[in-house]
Design a protein around this ligand. Structure first.
Ligand code: 13P
Ligand code: SF4
Length: 367
């Protein structure tokens, strides 16, 4: 293997044409062979998604990470997903995120300082560790997963959230759910919890903006966070679709606002959305409330079966951070690997990783 003194800088790839990058990716893959595996989330653009050896939603991708043999795991997704891959893979395996700026704006709505302050404030009202199970959506930084590990909490994904809440209520009477209020509310509602027992916890307000009475009456405290992409969907989009297609069906991701989920025929993870529409009868019509790249790809795939797959919003709802992973970045990290250089490695500090793994293992066991 040829070894470069220094890694190739990304500047050399920035202006390269997509076609050139596609050829470079294929050539590098050939050289790396079984040493490399590429994982891709369903929101990735087709230009990189086509290179994924395995694709899936967050839960499915997490499970793959436990059983991979490759030396290098390149993650086509966002930062928290690559962190999970690092935590669940073997210590000697290297996880790479082609663009380190591919974060998740929803995950960034909670951070350790705010969660620890919330812990102290809630602890002033009731004994946190005895009454509250902290539940973090997998869309969160590793240190928040570690916080949950330290405080008897757990991780959930869009697939297993009601099951995980069920587990959580078996441990303690209340849940602090972060960072996505929409997933927390929809999952709690599915379990029959009244909306008034799921108040919003605003981490930027003293005592979350709640009275002592509200905290004591709450079953789930919903962190004031949301996904900017799914927040764009409106019940009016559904009404308009149903007017044109009275026989059409609506399917949404649980990160969508509550009234959108309530007016949808089906609600579930990205994997669930793909499976449900793919397995539906030919010539059926679908309005889909999730990220644009997934919907565009699904619409193309379903066309030969005469299925209409329509995106829920009139405005473009692409996840701009997912979109940072492009053929230029993928070609760049792979050519560096061929040269023996590792760039953009994701490494979760060992102490954090141990606690975060505890919560992920709890989740995998409970789901
Ligand atoms: P899934 O786990 O359903 O793929 O969702 C991840 C995500 O970030 C949705 O916005
Ligand atoms: Fe995060 Fe929303 Fe993008 Fe999913 S779609 S990765 S929740 S910003």
């Amino acid at each position: 293997m040829q070894v470069h003194a220094a890694p190739i800088q990304f500047d050399h790839f920035q202006s390269k044409k997509n076609d050139d990058c596609q050829a470079r990716i294929l050539a590098a893959r050939k050289k790396l062979g079984k040493r490399l595996v590429i994982l891709g989330h369903h929101y990735q653009h087709e230009s990189v998604y086509r290179h994924a050896d395995f694709s899936g939603d967050s839960l499915k991708l997490s499970k793959y990470c436990e059983n991979l043999d490759a030396e290098f795991i390149v993650f086509l997704g966002v930062h928290f997903m690559a962190e999970v891959a690092d935590i669940l893979s073997r210590p000697e395996q290297v996880v790479i995120l082609p663009d380190l700026a591919a974060g998740c704006s929803m995950a960034d709505m909670a951070n350790l300082a705010k969660v620890e302050r919330s812990f102290r404030e809630l602890n002033n009202v009731l004994n946190f560790d005895e009454t509250i199970t902290p539940v973090t959506y997998i869309n969160s930084a590793a240190d928040l997963k570690a916080f949950c590990g330290e405080h008897g909490g757990i991780v959930c994904t869009s697939t297993n959230a009601p099951k995980i809440l069920d587990w959580s209520f078996k441990q303690r009477e209340k849940v602090l759910f972060f960072p996505d209020q929409n997933l927390g509310r929809w999952s709690g509602y599915q379990m029959g919890i009244p909306l008034e027992q799921m108040p919003i916890w605003d981490p930027d307000q003293p005592q979350g903006g709640l009275t002592i009475e509200q905290i004591k009456n709450a079953k789930i405290l919903l962190w004031k966070g949301h996904c900017a992409v799914h927040q764009m969907f409106r019940p009016q989009n559904i009404e308009q679709f149903k007017q044109v297609h009275p026989d059409g069906q609506v399917i949404s991701h649980p990160e969508a606002p509550f009234d959108v989920c309530l007016n949808s025929d089906f609600v579930g993870s990205t994997e669930y959305i793909l499976k449900t529409v793919s397995e539906a009868a030919p010539n059926t019509k679908w309005l889909v409330g999730t990220e644009l790249n997934l919907v565009t790809r699904l619409a193309e795939q379903m066309q030969p079966q005469g299925k209409l797959v329509q995106f829920m919003s009139h405005v473009v709802c692409e996840c701009s951070t997912m979109a940072r992973i492009d053929p230029q970045h993928l070609a760049w990290v792979l050519e560096n690997l061929v040269d023996g250089n590792i760039v953009n490695q994701i490494t979760v500090p060992a102490d954090e990783a141990v606690l975060a793994k505890l919560t992920l293992d709890r989740m995998l066991a409970a789901s």
